[in-house]
Write a protein that binds this ligand. Structure first.
Ligand code: FDA
Length: 311
């Protein structure tokens, strides 16, 4: 309930201004975001690689409303990939990138879907030339169908292009069957958006049950499952299902967000599992921060206390 309320009020421009202008917010942002610049992203990626973790980098921003801005986002990704490649960080896909279709133009008036597809193609080409991959983040359910269409089309030329599915959406188990059959790289997460009841499971247990059903489909298929969760029970179930499906540790990976359960990330990697950390960077962090606060009431309490002590 708190989660849904927070996600709903976060659209308000007044609340955005209040949160982003408070100096104490920075401390909380720093927990979840690598920094404002690509230099920060490369530095954090390098450090995580030294700890034996793989990385996916996300240049923060979404719901782009101007073509020039969408183009600038693409240029940022291409430049980032160049910097990563110069340090050998992209070798073997060790550091890849995650892209939000709405950040590169999906919602632009006219032919947003084509603009987004062309822009993702530019990023995927740079990634392929650097020896790495792109994963398309999943946004709210309104964007899911177009994102899926773009991914299917682009995989004809970039078969490594990864997709993300959200267990909270009712359609996802069926999407998993389709994606698993085609041998795709699929990141399975619970879903971070405020979705309406007809489209989504809203109860925590229903979402978890859907996650396990989807996980089973992905593990039993020929694709590459990317198990994105911090939930200890689901991590345990993923390990058991992988074993049951005869998968080796190199045949799937765990994924977690930067700043969340870092000890568990290292513990899993030390046990021989493949672990990839999702690292966002950039100054447009507001929407990302709100989703992280909404996931955990304790984070919100900590955040409100920080604001209180700053005022
Ligand atoms: P859950 O929220 O139940 O948390 C389980 C445990 O993890 C908590 O008890 C707590 O210990 C810890 N935890 C979780 N969130 C925390 C937080 N914010 N702060 C501190 N501790 C926390 N979503 C989406 O809609 N589209 C996408 O493309 C992606 N991409 C993505 C990539 C990766 C690598 C991850 C890990 C997650 C995403 N997500 C996402 C977000 C995802 O949908 C979901 O909102 C979060 O992962 C939280 O769900 P959990 O599975 O961790 O479970």
């Amino acid at each position: 309930m708190l989660r849904r309320t927070l996600l709903a009020v976060s659209d308000s421009q007044r609340i955005r201004e209040l949160v982003t202008s408070y100096p104490a917010t920075r401390g909380v942002v720093d927990r979840y975001v690598a920094g404002d610049t690509s230099a920060d992203a490369v530095r954090v990626a390098r450090r995580l690689r030294e700890d034996g973790l793989s990385v996916t980098l996300d240049y923060l921003g979404e719901d782009t409303t101007e073509l020039a801005h969408a183009t600038a986002v693409v240029e940022e990704y291409v430049s980032l990939i160049g910097k990563l490649a110069a340090e050998g960080l992209t070798d073997g896909g060790a550091v890849e990138v995650s892209v939000k279709p709405t950040a590169v133009g999906l919602y632009l008036a006219g032919d947003g879907e084509k603009i987004a597809a062309d822009n993702i193609t530019r990023i995927a080409t740079a990634a392929r030339d650097a020896g790495t991959t792109v994963t398309l983040d999943a946004e709210d359910h309104v964007a899911v169908e177009a994102t899926h269409r773009i991914a299917v089309k682009l995989r004809e030329s970039y078969p490594d292009l990864g997709s993300v599915v959200q267990a909270m959406l009712r359609r996802t188990e069926s999407d998993c069957r389709e994606l698993a059959a085609s041998g795709t790289r699929v990141r399975l997460c619970k879903g971070a958006y405020n979705e309406p009841e007809p489209e989504a499971f809203t109860g925590r247990h229903d979402i978890d049950r859907s996650y396990v059903r989807c996980l089973r489909v992905l593990m039993e298929g020929p694709g590459y499952p990317m198990v994105a969760t911090h939930d200890p029970r689901l991590i345990q179930i993923a390990g058991a299902l992988a074993l049951h499906s005869g998968r080796d540790t190199k045949d799937f990976e765990y994924q977690m967000l930067y700043g969340i359960r870092p000890d568990e990330q290292r513990r899993l990697a030390a046990s021989g599992a493949q672990v990839r950390v999702y690292v966002p960077y950039g100054d447009d962090w507001y929407a990302y921060l709100v989703r992280r606060l909404a996931e955990r009431p304790a984070n919100l309490r900590f955040f409100l206390r920080s604001l209180g002590s700053a005022s």
